[in-house]
Ligand binder design. Structure first.
Ligand code: PGA
Length: 249
């Protein structure tokens, strides 16, 4: 199975933009064979409910969110409960994106709590990890992965995906090489194997993210040990994103 996740970030500012985006998305989607592929679209929170209007798209595409809080209810001003996401039909949630680590000071501890809370509720979690600078030691992604999974139990792991996203490659046009990305994915897999055993680690989907375009996507997706892509900028153009999904095997 190959995964294609559109992280739409803080874009699509009004109904007009949303309508145009998902209208085009639906149009191109018709031309794509989705056998063996899972496509997830993660719009901003405020549009999650509105996605009901795009039934023909979301019959084929899963709905995802870009973040979540770790408590289910209560006095947490401005936060979004995993239960709210569930109630809106959200199936996937990205946790630990580097933009949240950077701009909102999300720590590994916070990310660990979010991962646990979301998995406990049956949401599928796309945990994002990645080093900040090129050639930084791999101990960083090892620690990020360990801490994010520290309270996760074995019976929850089937709903976990990990996205390896080197921060220096995000939004810069400078993607990592498939070889390096696969090496990092293997390191992440080893961390998971240490905690949950090799068979579970082998099955865990690990995606690559960071300046993925229709030009370079196939190289990542076809590489052994990489199970798909998390796409930011290129996912804002439906035609380009659907080209990525339609990658050449
Ligand atoms: P990018 O973003 O594709 O624009 O590099 C990826 C991401 O932030 O998930």
């Amino acid at each position: 199975m190959k995964y294609f996740i559109a992280n739409l970030k803080m874009n699509l500012l009004n109904e007009r933009e949303v309508d145009r985006y998902f209208h085009d998305f639906g149009k191109y989607l018709k031309k794509v064979d989705l056998t063996g592929k899972i496509v997830v679209a993660c719009p901003p929170f405020v549009w999650l409910e509105y996605m009901e209007d795009f039934e023909s798209v979301f019959q084929k595409v899963k709905l995802g969110a870009q973040n979540v809080f770790w408590k289910y209810r209560g006095a947490y001003t401005g936060e979004i409960s995993p239960k709210m996401l569930k109630n809106l039909g959200v199936q996937y949630v990205i946790i630990g994106h580097s933009e949240r680590r950077r701009w909102l000071n999300e720590t590994d501890e916070m990310i660990g709590k979010k991962v646990k809370a979301a998995l406990d509720l049956g949401l599928k979690v796309v945990l994002a990890v990645g080093e900040f600078k090129k050639n930084e030691p791999k101990s960083l992604i090892i620690n990020q992965t360990k801490k994010a999974l520290s309270d996760v139990s074995r019976n929850r792991i089937k709903n976990l995906l990990i996205a390896y996203e080197p921060v220096w490659a995000i939004g810069t046009g400078l993607s990592d090489t498939p070889q390096n990305a696969a090496r990092s994915a293997e390191i992440i897999r080893q961390v998971v194997a240490q905690k949950f055993g090799k068979p579970i680690a082998k099955k865990l989907p690990i995606l690559y993210g960071g300046s993925v375009t229709s030009k370079n996507a196939a190289k990542f997706i076809n590489y052994e040990g990489i199970d798909g892509v998390l796409v930011g900028g290129a996912s804002l153009k439906p035609k380009e994103f659907l080209k990525i999904i339609n990658f050449k095997k």
